[in-house]
Design a protein around this ligand. Structure first.
Ligand SMILES: Cc1cc2nc3c(=O)[nH]c(=O)nc-3n(C[C@H](O)[C@H](O)[C@H](O)COP(=O)(O)OP(=O)(O)OC[C@H]3O[C@@H](n4cnc5c(N)ncnc54)[C@H](O)[C@@H]3O)c2cc1C
Length: 309
């Protein structure tokens, strides 16, 4: 049985980190507490057959690559409120399945808790319970299909579209492109890998919008951004000043936009002839379910040139 950390029902103070999906194949939970242990993440899993299971936690000691001591990212796993004796985040410079010994699981509901010990960036990608002594695969060529089959996900992504315009990245530029396209009559998919819109200008990052608008030859430039941008009094501003709900409401008011939050684009499909993009492939960062979005035009507003490059 595989439990992705990002699927935990209650993440407590753990944050969903989507930055390294292209390197490790999955988002993960991060205990970023600036030295103060973050609140527990909890979830309940259903088990068909009671019995003893081996426990594996996909994690790493994030300072080991520099041979630095101290294992700052330590955390515990509690099963039905009892901590396992192994402390996680304490071995290996690379992501791997750290062995957690054996545990008794009940038939029916079992409660899992991630308990941060340090507040210094403990990382948990997934938890596996196995009957065999063999670790789940670490090989990146095998792990994605193992994950899909363990989660009961389809082998092929579900297709969405076709759209006239597929915008990847829901920061200010992606929101502007999507709204502008939609108002000109295009059917638009707006794909954003966070649960909120705004990117740097969201409550998650809080960089204020102080760009110049209505410039020279472009007297109307910036007007769409004005509809949803923050008016923070300083940078970084407060959570409330960034109005996540308002941003989402402005986008959802556009009948021509389909908004896909918590959706991370990780690949492109190109035409057989030429260098044209025909689809982007994405995964739902909470469920790992994959989708492909087809379209005529694609806009890379990721801030990283992930799609265009
Ligand atoms: C420290 C700092 C200070 C700044 N100060 C100012 C300032 O004072 N005034 C000012 O006007 N500007 C400032 N800026 C610049 C401004 O914040 C940026 O120009 C602006 O936010 C860029 O918007 P964007 O939409 O292009 O990118 P972002 O805001 O980065 O948005 C990109 C979005 O795409 C999402 N994304 C990324 N990859 C994927 C993917 N593969 N799939 C799906 N979604 C994805 C990201 O999660 C993000 O939400 C500052 C920037 C920084 C970093």
């Amino acid at each position: 049985m595989l439990v992705e950390a990002e699927s935990f029902a209650n993440r407590g103070g753990w944050k969903l980190d989507t930055q390294f999906i292209h390197e490790m194949g999955s988002p993960y939970l991060l205990a970023h507490g600036l030295g103060r242990p973050v609140a527990d993440a909890t979830t309940t899993v259903e088990v068909a057959t009671a019995g003893r299971y081996r426990v594996w936690v996909r994690t790493k000691d994030w300072v080991a690559r520099w041979q630095a001591p101290g294992t700052p990212g330590r955390f515990q796993l509690l099963v039905n409120d009892k901590p396992l004796s192994e402390t996680f985040g304490t071995t290996g410079a690379e992501w791997h399945w750290q062995a957690g010994g054996e545990v008794e699981l009940n038939a029916g509901s079992n409660r899992l808790t991630l308990h941060d010990l340090t507040g210094f960036d403990g990382r948990c990608d997934a938890i596996a319970f196995t009957r065999s002594e063999q670790s789940p695969p670490n090989d990146s060529a095998v792990l994605p299909s193992w994950r899909r089959s363990a989660l009961g996900l389809p082998a092929e992504p579900e297709t969405k579209g076709p759209y006239d315009l597929v915008v990847v990245g829901g920061g200010y530029s992606g929101m502007g492109a999507a709204i502008s396209g939609a108002r000109m009559g295009l059917k638009v998919a707006l794909i954003q890998n966070r649960s909120v819109l705004g990117g740097n200008g969201s409550s998650e990052v809080r960089v204020w919008a102080m760009g110049l608008i209505r410039r020279g030859k472009y007297p109307r430039i910036g007007e769409i951004i004005e509809e949803f941008c923050d008016h923070a009094k300083k940078s970084p501003g407060t959570y409330e000043e960034f109005g996540d709900a308002k941003k989402e409401a402005v986008v959802r008011a556009e009948p021509n936009i389909d908004l896909f939050l918590n959706t991370h684009a990780f690949g492109v499909e190109k035409a057989v002839v030429g260098n044209r993009i025909e689809a982007v492939t994405c995964l739902d960062t909470r469920t790992s379910r994959e989708f492909r979005f087809t379209g005529r035009f694609f806009c890379d507003a990721t801030g990283h040139a992930t799609i265009g490059h």
